[in-house]
Design a protein around this ligand. Structure first.
Ligand SMILES: [Zn+2]
Length: 514
């Protein structure tokens, strides 16, 4: 405790005057690190801005977040909780800075990162249905070819440094083609259509495809042939636990897979595959589960009177995210369901608890409600915390569907398989086929889902490890505090998302707080 308090005392003694300079320096470092770590963060924030350049978006993001963080430091340093929170902030900063540059590999994401977002934002969402609207949009659209050229110049530099994977570049090409295919030309007034195509769409398409056709690639899908520290840093960033090696995670995964397979085999249960949901019926079923969960009396045994300020809704996933996309995701108080995929009934409760209540919605919404001073945390994703929490909550609620227990265990097994495959691909040099074969043998999902998963791990090294590792930490913390579950859950949710090494220190050694 002494080390965190010494910083605090210094800051307080100097009336925060002297401390301010060094804090400013830290903010600058922090934000430079953030922006290079999270190319998609700017896009998230600038998503509904349609007339700025990428650089302007980045600058606005940095300015906005810097203001929030300044508010956070000034507000919390002199207060009662300050030594704890300052320590947390420092840890956070160290974690971030220690991993600079890793996410650059994510630029070769199969979804094309900024590129597809730009095309989507500048084309799909524009109102082209009248001449006056089209005139307004014309100015923005005229910037698209230049923005894309800058983007490919940037990618070219990155490609020279880290050879992208051939398979990912192929997936990126497919994804770009389908993004361009979604532009709804029929909405553009007929006499403007040709000029739109010639001055905007064609240059964009040819710049991107020429780039992707000429880029030098590697044959492997993982990072094992490249600088080993890339993967280790990526793992640390997502898992955020000190002293856990990639080898430890692989071995833990292998052990967990066999434990969970044995547990599933021991369940006297027959799964009725006729009870799969798809399309609108899946959305309706999830609505029913989520609506019931949100008012379930069991919530007061978990969280006392703490509830998110808004309820969670359920909606169909937008078309552009469905092909090659996950079964579901959560964003901004909505649980989005991929209606193209099949949803086995016995897994639906676990997924709904994970995405909505008491999982992502409960955690993310309360973080926003209760911690306005920590708003930056909302935009910095600590994978193991966010996904670990959601996964931990999959088994917290009473279930109503047949074989739901089976669904919870399958979901756990699937996340344990990720530990083996992600580390297999990136550390042990597994090929795509080897990774696919392991998934097919153990993950209990379809071949198409297995293939999507392997590509996902290839594109986002280490991310898939956060789920099972985070959930394991949450279960340990709960074991240490079993006598006051409501108090523990409230503390966790009200503090907001934190790196796991910070969580372990907060809850293992000082259960009463700082
Ligand atoms: Zn999740």
């Amino acid at each position: 405790m002494m080390d965190c308090c010494s910083f605090d005392r210094r800051a307080v003694q100097s009336g925060f005057r002297g401390g301010q300079e060094s804090c400013r320096h830290e903010w600058d470092l922090y934000f430079r690190a953030l922006c290079s770590l999270y190319p998609t963060l700017s896009t998230q924030m600038g998503y509904d801005r349609d007339n700025g350049t990428i650089e302007q978006w980045g600058q606005e993001l940095m300015d906005g977040e810097r203001r929030l963080l300044r508010h956070y430091i000034v507000k919390t340093t002199p207060g009662q909780k300050s030594c704890l929170e300052t320590r947390v902030f420092h840890q956070h900063l160290k974690t971030r800075l220690g991993c600079m540059g890793v996410d650059r590999i994510g630029l070769f994401h199969k979804d094309g990162g900024w590129c597809v977002q730009l095309i989507d934002t500048l084309t799909h969402y524009q109102p082209y249905d009248s001449h006056s609207n089209m005139e307004l949009a014309r100015e923005r659209l005229s910037k698209l070819p230049t923005a894309i050229r800058r983007y490919t110049d940037f990618l070219r530099l990155q490609a020279a440094e880290h050879l992208p994977s051939l398979r990912i570049v192929g997936a990126m090409r497919d994804s770009l083609r389908s993004a361009l295919g979604r532009v709804r030309l029929e909405l553009i007034p007929a006499d403007l259509r040709e000029s739109f195509q010639v001055s905007c769409l064609e240059p964009v398409e040819s710049t991107l495809l020429t780039f992707l056709g000429g880029v030098e690639c590697r044959e492997t899908i993982g990072l094992s042939g490249l600088d080993a520290s890339f993967y280790e840093s990526a793992v640390y960033r997502h898992v955020t636990i000190d002293g856990v090696s990639v080898g430890d995670i692989h071995a833990f995964g292998v052990k967990e897979v066999s434990r969970l397979e044995a547990a599933l085999d021991a369940l006297p249960c027959v799964i009725d595959s006729g009870r799969d949901y798809r399309g609108e019926a899946a959305v309706d079923k999830y609505k029913e589960i989520v609506d019931a969960a949100q008012v379930h009396p069991h919530l007061s045994h978990l969280f006392g009177d703490l509830r998110p300020s808004r309820s969670c809704s359920v909606a169909e996933m937008p078309e552009r995210h469905r092909a090659g996309g996950p079964l579901a995701y959560y964003s901004d108080s909505t649980f989005y369901v991929n209606t193209d995929l099949r949803h086995p009934e016995h897994q639906m409760e676990a997924l709904a608890f994970h995405e909505a209540v008491p999982g992502h919605h409960t955690q993310r919404r309360i973080e926003r409600d209760v911690c306005p001073g920590y708003a930056y945390r909302y935009h910095v994703h600590h994978t193991a915390f966010i996904e670990g929490w959601a996964m931990y909550t999959e088994s917290l609620m009473p279930t109503a569907l047949p074989a739901a227990q089976y669904g919870v265990l399958e979901s756990e097994l699937f996340r344990a398989v990720r530990l083996v495959v992600d580390t297999g691909v990136h550390k042990r040099g597994w090929t795509y086929d080897e990774a696919l074969a392991y998934m097919k043998a153990h993950a209990r999902i379809t071949e198409e889902e297995c293939s999507n998963e392997v590509l996902r791990y290839a594109c986002d090294p280490g991310q898939a490890l956060g789920y099972h590792v985070g959930r394991t930490v949450f279960r340990d913390i709960v074991r240490w505090h079993a006598s006051d579950l409501v108090g523990l859950h409230k503390k966790i949710l009200q503090r907001g998302s934190l790196p796991m090494n910070v969580m372990i220190r907060l809850f293992a050694k000082r259960p009463q707080g700082c």
